[in-house]
Design a binder for this molecule. Sequence first.
Ligand code: DAK
Length: 262
Amino acid sequence: MTYDNIIFEIEGGVAVIKINRPKALNAINPDVLNELTDALGKVRADSSIKVLVLTGEGDKAFIAGADISHMVDLDPLQARRFSNRGQDVTFLLEELPIPVIACVNGFALGGGTEFAMACDFIYASENAKFGQPEINLGIMPGFGGTQRLSRLVGKAMAKELCLTGVMIGAQEAKNIGLVNKIFPHEKLWEETMKTARVIASKGKVSTRAVKQCIDRGFDLDLHNGCYMEADNFGICMASPDGKEGMSAFLEKRKPEFKGELS
Ligand code: DAK
């Protein structure tokens, strides 16, 4: 598939997907969803990719939401299908076996906040703005916003944001636990890639195990979560990367992780 609405690049072990509709502030339409689905399939299938960064093209927006000009004419069944397709993309992002960083370089509204929340963590420019403004359009979040926001920032804060539709800046988003780190706008890309490369230098078996244990364990009780952690710990210990990492420490050298399971 050729891409007209996203840019997909691989640099070392880091894949980058940029939503590429800067004139519409990277709003999401069905073409964007199709292309994202295709690119995420490629990311999943390419074992050389260790980390994914999701961002928006241009200086102004990560994603300013679902494309309102597309949504305005949808009937209820088409709207449900559009919502399902957007939600499918959030699950593809969330369930990738590699870590995904959202690099939020401007507006992340509606579907933009929702896509960012489906990533493993968010780095934001000090110009970034987050929000669930669907209520201002007479609709509601449709790409998982009511569900992921409440899990990330608590029910009361999620309700306030979804019910008022207000935009919040990067600092407030960090204060409520939505954003991990804020950078000056011109440093955001460099800092995001720095972290992406750090994670890409680790063993893929252990990065996958950490992501899965935190995600899958979150909805479990502590005992079952810890049981799953012990199983994954065993897999890491049995992997060549586990042997390599510990041998390298004892031999006082840098480890060379291969990311193989056996
Ligand atoms: N959709 C389509 N076009 C958009 C857009 C959007 N979400 N956001 C911006 N644009 C377009 C503008 O129309 C404008 O196009 P031209 O007039 O130049 O052709 C261009 O991008 C530049 O925008 P502005 O001129 O408005 O730029 P400003 O700097 O003045 O304002 C802004 C920036 C981000 C504050 C403003 O554009 C804005 O308020 N945009 C809308 C933000 C928004 O409401 N986002 C949430 C969208 S709703 C569901 C499925 C999904 C969803 C809900 C339900 N189901 C199917 C049930 C999700 C919904 C959403 O995400």
